[in-house]
Design a protein around this ligand. Sequence first.
Ligand code: ADP
Ligand code: ADP
Length: 223
Amino acid sequence: MLHIRELSKTYANGVKALHQINLDIPTGMFGLLGPNGAGKSTLMRTIATLQDPDSGSITLDGLDVLNNKHEARKQLGYLPQDFGVYPKESARDMLEHFAVLKGVLATGERRDLVEALLKQVNLWEVRNQKLGGFSGGMRQRFGIAQALIGQPKLIIVDEPTAGLDPEERNRFLNLLAEIGESVVVILSTHIVEDVTDLCPRMAIICKGEVRLHGEPRESIRSL
Ligand code: ADP
Ligand code: ADP
């Protein structure tokens, strides 16, 4: 469970990107919906401890995230918008590297983990292909595998379906829903259907403020 309390951030140029944000996010898929410039990326990066707010608090299963960033980073996986891949590396080699970075040092354990992850995201068949040749959907699924190393309690995914064709999109969202059975998955998007199709809970953020917080069907109807 993730609790966000009174989170605020004003950039140096005076833009109020977040204004007293309060959110309670349980295990499962949570949709964060809002137009461009709403503050979604600022909120995602702040939860991922990549950026400091001016004030407020974030707790993940009781852990004070902002005051324990090192520990918090071990418990979360973040998939930014337009994340880069090393085009000449194979999916399997790259995941191996990330597993080493995350501290999975025993060779056998690492091989098993990488195999399980590649199977989970349905990339086992293409494990030896270079990432540079992957389609958008394959890249996103690779990103999820990468985010899952270390068994995080929270996965943050920023605008993941942009540029995916309908089949890849469905496949990707279903993968997220599967992962959401055991961890908190925050899906940030400006696409209403991404949220209404799969997220049991959601919030709408606009100009740095939470406008609605609840279940999609009720929330969309009340707009
Ligand atoms: P998004 O696609 O999430 O709306 P933006 O286009 O707003 O992203 O921002 C892309 C990047 O540029 C982000 O890293 C953001 O922090 C930065 N950025 C956005 N707006 C400004 C700004 N007015 N001044 C400086 N950096 C900005
Ligand atoms: P979203 O992800 O919903 O598009 P962002 O969090 O990227 O929203 O941006 C929220 C607001 O903050 C926008 O007005 C954006 O231009 C501004 N912004 C984002 N990053 C920066 C930055 N580094 N410096 C100044 N303004 C920024």
